[in-house]
Design a protein around this ligand. Structure first.
Ligand code: FES
Length: 142
């Protein structure tokens, strides 16, 4: 039973001169919150510049690892890149890549980890690159 239904019923009953029957609405749930609805996050959570994303030893050559909302990859030995892990199709987080390709588990869009480009699937764009730097063995946001 919803509050709207009750309000409509109340108006109907009052209009019919049956105001004494309004107690029937007493079992309605609490009225809806008047707080503004929260919007879904549309951006990735990027660690602060001081925080390390990963150690270079955590990122396999030709593959990568997911750190929060960030995909950290090593397309070729010694080259590291990072992307927003959210698939540009519907925002599902891509899986850690294998053999240079990241795949979205939702609808199988695929992306080249060398440059984030879309390879196949319903996504119409590639992964969004995130600037990083390598400091010794640590991969950090730039
Ligand atoms: S959400 Fe990734 S392909 Fe649909």
């Amino acid at each position: 039973m919803s509050v709207r239904w009750c309000a409509g019923r109340r108006a109907l009953l009052v209009g019919a001169g049956a105001a004494g029957l309004l107690t029937a609405c007493g079992d309605d749930p609490a009225p809806p919150s008047t707080a503004a609805p929260q919007q879904a996050a549309t951006t990735a959570t990027i660690p602060s510049p001081a925080a390390s994303l990963a150690s270079t030893s955590d990122v396999p050559v030709g593959g990568g690892t997911i750190v929060g909302d960030v995909l950290v990859v090593q397309p070729v030995a010694g080259t590291f890149k990072a992307y927003n892990a959210a698939c540009p199709h519907k925002g599902v987080k891509v899986s850690p890549p294998k053999d240079g390709v990241a795949t979205c588990p939702a609808h199988n869009s695929t992306f080249a980890i060398a440059d984030g480009a879309r390879m196949s699937g319903p996504a119409t764009t590639g992964l969004k690159e995130i600037a990083i730097k390598v400091d010794g063995s640590q991969i950090e946001p730039a």
